[in-house]
Design a binder for this molecule. Sequence first.
Ligand code: BT5
Length: 244
Amino acid sequence: AAVEYGLEAPYSVEYHDAIDSTNARGRELAKAGDSDVVVLADEQTAGRGRLERAWNAPSGGVYMSFVLRPDVAPMEAPLLTLAAAVATTRALREAGVDAGIKWPNDVLLRTTGEKLVGILTEMEGEADRVSWVICGIGVNANVDPDTLPEGATSVREQVGDVDRRVFAQRVIEGFDSLQTDPDAILGAWRELAITLGRRVRVETRDGDVVGEAVDVESPGRLVVETEEGTARVHAGDCEHLRPV
Ligand code: BT5
C-alpha cells in the first residue's frame, strides 16, 4: 500500500514502498555527500533499533530518516533525538493519541506505557563537528497490533488510521522548526516527558543507576537523584530504563 507523499518540506523526500532500513539508506546518501533529505518508507525489511536490536516495521507504519549536516559537535547529536521525540509526540497528540516521551528515545502511550515510536540517531564526524547525522523515526501508525512485539501499540489500535502524508508533514515541520536550539528542544521535551518525576532504574554497561529522574540536560543527559547523590546518564549509555 504505497502512500502518496507529496510533501512540502524544506528537505527533498525520497519515498520507498519497501526498503531494508531508511537509516541504512540515509547513511548511503550521507556518505555520497547528500544532505537535507528525508527517506520515507511504507515498510522496512531490516529495520534497526539501538544496540544491534531489531525494529519491527510492517507495512502501514511511518518510517523516516532525516539526513542532515548540522553544525554541531558529535556530543550534541542526542539533542536531535530529543527534537525528533518532541515533533513526533506533538504529531501523535494532534492525531488524538495520548503520547508521551520516555527518555532517551521512545514515545509511549501515556496510560499503559506501550511503545508507539522508536528513534535511532547515528552519526559520523570529528571531535568538534559531525560530518553527518541520520535521525531515524519509526512510528507504529496504520498497523495491526498483532504484527508488533509484546508491549507495543499502534495509532490504528488507539484511534484508527491516520493520514500518513499529513502526519509525516507535521513531524518534518516540527522537527525542522526546533533545529538544534537546545532551549527550545529541552523546554518542549520536559513538557511532553513521562520519565521526569518518576523513580527509575537506568541500566548501563557500568551498572544500574536507581533514583528519581528529575531533569534532562543539554545535550540529552538524564539527571537522576540517587541515594548517593546526583547522577547524570548519557543517552548512549542507557541500555534500558524501567520504572521502579
Ligand atoms: C528503538 O530502538 O526504539 C529505535 C527504533 C528506530 C526505528 C527507526 S524506523 C526508521 C529508521 N530506520 C531504521 O532502520 N531504524 C529507524 P530500541 O530502543 O533499541 O528498541 C528496540 C526494541 O523495541 C526491540 O528490541 C523490541 O523489543 C522493541 N520493538 C521492536 N519493534 C517495535 C515496534 N514496531 N514497536 C514497538 N516496539 C518495538
